[in-house]
Design a protein around this ligand. Structure first.
Ligand code: PLP
Length: 503
């Protein structure tokens, strides 16, 4: 169809506004659904990480955008040839790196509708359904993972959930809210002190194994972060936290925020919030970062890891990691939403509306103003899976990790470094007669390098207390027992070649 023709009202909406005619869109959408189904049907054959060099794309694409329209077929062909070639396939049966990123058909369908309606939900008036659905589905999710009633909104609050883009944002939001709340209290207590002086005394606390996003949040909030040493289970205990706070208080500092991690990135260890809660008391904001492990609490058998949760001020986890909701979807609950709203409330004329006294305006609960209709994804996922099947999926992934753990334990050239509670297995090659940790670290880094270079599987390493280990994480769509057995064979093969070179 000629451009001129398309710019008229071909059918339905104007081509110039929507970029395609209705029938071209329908035909392209057919290509896409076929592509998606084929992609998920062939996950076993897809390499997890691509064989491209940095900068590979520059020579394949023009330096400027086309003046005249490209055809869909050409764009789609280029997507397949140029983009797919450089993608890491996180859902491949050979992908065991990082923590997983979730997806599912219901979530993909919701994303299509979200993009279709393309509305903004920053105030209730800006799109009422957007705001109304969010606390309802976050109540569903809170109940499904066993959060206490204090976090449930139920149409009135003050406990309530809000969707953030990431766990990092949730931490930033809570650090900033805790900072604002503490400064308000301190301003009354010490009227002679400047905000600047008071701010310079604030200290946040987190495990020495907490995620780097906690450090980032404290940098942004311009507050000191004190890393608390962990015990032999890589957990922050109450006495260690208390010792750190006592010392800081003696030095004139003011503890105001603790981030406890449930499921650390290094080794999926759990801070002891039963002990941490009473140390924080009423004055210190206790935030839980359960970015990865939070999804497992949908299964009652893992909830003992969050014992003490009734004492926390805010709780966050990423359904976009391990609960079938596509990125971005990070669920944050606070016991008292006023703590967030009071910290970030600005009210320009153009955002005011007649319902703001009686409705939630999520613009006060997040960093950006604009917000997608992300709750639709969780609504679709929870309805179409049903909570029972969501539990089943988590249990399957844990079982795959257990299968891998057994394989590692059966080979005495390897050791399991930390207890396998969920889908993360931390292991390393032990070199007979070698006690020097640095040398063992080098051997394992070498092993990791060979595994990754082979492109057979994709895993990453980490380090706890100066000891380097390899991490294998289950949870991709393609993951099953066959996949972890394949991974183990590949690892063993590369271990043999590493060990051969040592002797
Ligand atoms: N916290 C923990 C424990 C994590 O493992 C991660 C990422 O893996 C994060 C925070 C950061 O998550 P996000 O990418 O959602 O900011």
């Amino acid at each position: 169809m000629e451009n001129k023709e398309k710019c008229g009202h071909a059918s339905g909406y104007n081509y110039c506004r929507m970029g395609m005619t209705d029938s071209d869109f329908q035909s392209a959408a057919k290509d896409l659904t076929e592509f998606v189904v084929n992609y998920y049907s062939n996950l076993n054959e897809i390499h997890a990480n691509p064989s491209v060099e940095p900068g590979y794309m520059k020579s394949l694409l023009p330096a400027s955008a086309p003046e005249q329209p490209d055809k869909w077929d050409d764009v789609f062909k280029d997507f397949d040839k140029i983009v797919m070639a450089g993608l890491a396939h996180w859902q491949s049966s050979r992908f065991f790196a990082f923590f997983p990123t979730a997806t599912s058909y219901p979530s993909i369908l919701a994303d299509v509708l979200i993009d279709c309606c393309s509305c903004m939900g920053f105030t209730w008036n800006s799109s009422p359904a957007c705001t109304e659905l969010e606390p309802i589905v976050l109540d569903w999710l809170a109940k499904a993972i066993g959060l206490p009633n204090a976090f449930i909104y139920d149409g009135k609050g003050p406990g309530c959930g809000v969707i953030q883009g990431s766990a990092s944002e949730a931490t930033i939001m809570t650090v900033l809210a805790a900072r604002a709340k503490t400064l308000r209290t301190l301003a009354v207590k010490y009227p002679g002190q400047s905000q600047h002086t008071l701010l310079s005394k604030l200290v946040a606390y987190a495990s020495e194994c907490s995620h780097s996003s906690v450090e980032r949040a404290c940098l942004i909030a311009m507050v000191k972060l004190n890393k608390v040493p962990v015990d032999e289970n890589i957990a922050v205990r109450g006495d260690a936290l208390k010792a750190a706070m006592d010392k800081d208080r003696k030095d004139g500092m003011i503890p105001f925020y603790v981030c406890a991690t449930l499921g650390t990135t290094d080794c999926a260890s759990f801070d002891n919030i039963v002990e941490i809660g009473p140390v924080c008391g009423a004055d210190v904001w206790l935030h839980v970062d359960a970015a990865y492990a939070g999804a497992s609490f949908i299964c009652p058998e893992y909830r003992h890891f969050m014992e003490g949760v009734e004492m926390v001020t805010s709780f966050n986890f990423n359904p976009h990691k391990w609960l079938m909701v596509n990125f971005d979807f990070s669920a944050l609950w606070v016991k008292n939403c006023v703590d967030l709203i009071n910290s970030f409330n600005v009210n320009p004329v153009y955002l005011r509306h007649e319902n703001q006294a009686t409705t939630i305006d999520y613009r006060h609960w997040q960093l950006p103003l604009g917000r997608r209709f992300r709750s639709l994804k969780l609504w679709f996922v929870m309805r179409i899976f049903g909570v029972e099947n969501m539990r089943k999926r988590i249990r399957e992934d844990v079982q795959h990790a257990k299968t891998f753990e057994e394989l590692v334990r059966a080979d005495d050239r390897f050791e399991i470094c930390f207890p396998v509670h969920l889908g993360l297995v931390c292991f390393r090659l032990v070199v007979a007669g070698e006690c020097d940790d640095e040398k063992i670290n080098k051997v394992n880094q070498d092993l990791l390098g060979r595994i990754v270079d082979s492109k057979e599987i994709y895993i990453v390493g980490s380090r706890v207390r100066q000891r380097f280990h390899l991490r294998l994480v289950t949870g991709s769509v393609g993951c099953d027992d066959k996949a972890v057995k394949f991974a183990w064979k590949s690892i063993q093969k590369h271990a043999c070649s590493v060990l051969r070179e040592i002797v």
